[in-house]
Design a binder for this molecule. Structure first.
Ligand code: AMP
Length: 212
């Protein structure tokens, strides 16, 4: 099964995808994660990517498409988290034969609260929230013991810009999959456990009825 997970910044895409990876053995491909890895390479390209991410802007479609395609390789069971983020990117992966696009719907005021309290570990993999998903020891990742940091693009001015980009470029991707009858809208406003329960319910139904 091939899944796309869509939603505004801070809607919980990464958290859901991580859990799907653990429980359903999906190969989790996070576009943001791939790009952050590129951004820390001390190359001209890395610096350009870092500047785009830090400003809340999208990187060029071709670039992220190529990274994603390379990462997928010949995998057949994966979840794309944060890709596609523009209709152009969605068109580029028509031939991937994705089964479903899950859309996590979350009101904007809740998202601002989520993003401003979000922390990630320095290794870049594990996400926390100071209020909703705190680590056992403040400032330290439960899983790999690295320091928890606040992403630059989770600062208020950049959050605003990311919303703008989301409305202009990514929201139309949901319409694109709606028209193809591939979109499943999920209420993403609950706790991580509640949202994941909804996702699992939907996927188990889909798994039983449609996919083998
Ligand atoms: P995320 O971790 O998914 O919130 O992504 C962080 C940032 O990476 C975004 O704000 C963009 O700057 C960049 N990015 C992530 N995914 C994409 C994509 N599909 N297309 C272009 N830029 C992206």
């Amino acid at each position: 099964m091939k899944l796309i997970i869509l939603g505004p910044p801070g809607s919980g895409k990464g958290t859901v995808a991580e859990r799907l990876e653990q429980d359903f053995s999906f190969f989790h491909i996070s576009a943001g994660e791939l790009l952050r890895k590129e951004a820390i390479t001390n190359t001209l390209q890395g610096k350009k990517i870092k500047a785009l991410i830090d400003a809340g802007h999208l990187v060029p479609d071709e670039f992220i498409h190529d990274l994603i395609q390379k990462k997928i390789g010949n995998k057949r069971k994966y979840i794309l988290d944060g890709f596609p983020r523009s209709v152009e990117q969605a068109r580029m992966i028509e031939d991937f034969q994705v089964n479903k696009a899950l859309y996590l719907a979350v009101p904007e005021d809740l998202i601002v609260e989520r993003l401003s309290g979000r922390r990630v570990c320095a290794q870049g993999h594990h996400g926390y929230h100071i209020k909703y998903l705190p680590p056992k020891k403040a400032g330290i990742c439960d899983i790999d013991g690295s320091a928890l940091i606040q992403r630059k693009d989770d600062l208020p001015a950049v959050i605003k810009e990311r919303f703008k980009v989301f409305h202009e470029q990514t929201a139309p991707v949901a319409d694109y999959y709606q028209k193809k009858k591939m979109l499943i809208i999920i209420d993403g406003s609950g706790s991580p456990d509640e949202v994941y329960r909804l996702v699992r319910k939907v996927l188990q139904l889909e798994t039983t009825n449609t996919f083998k």
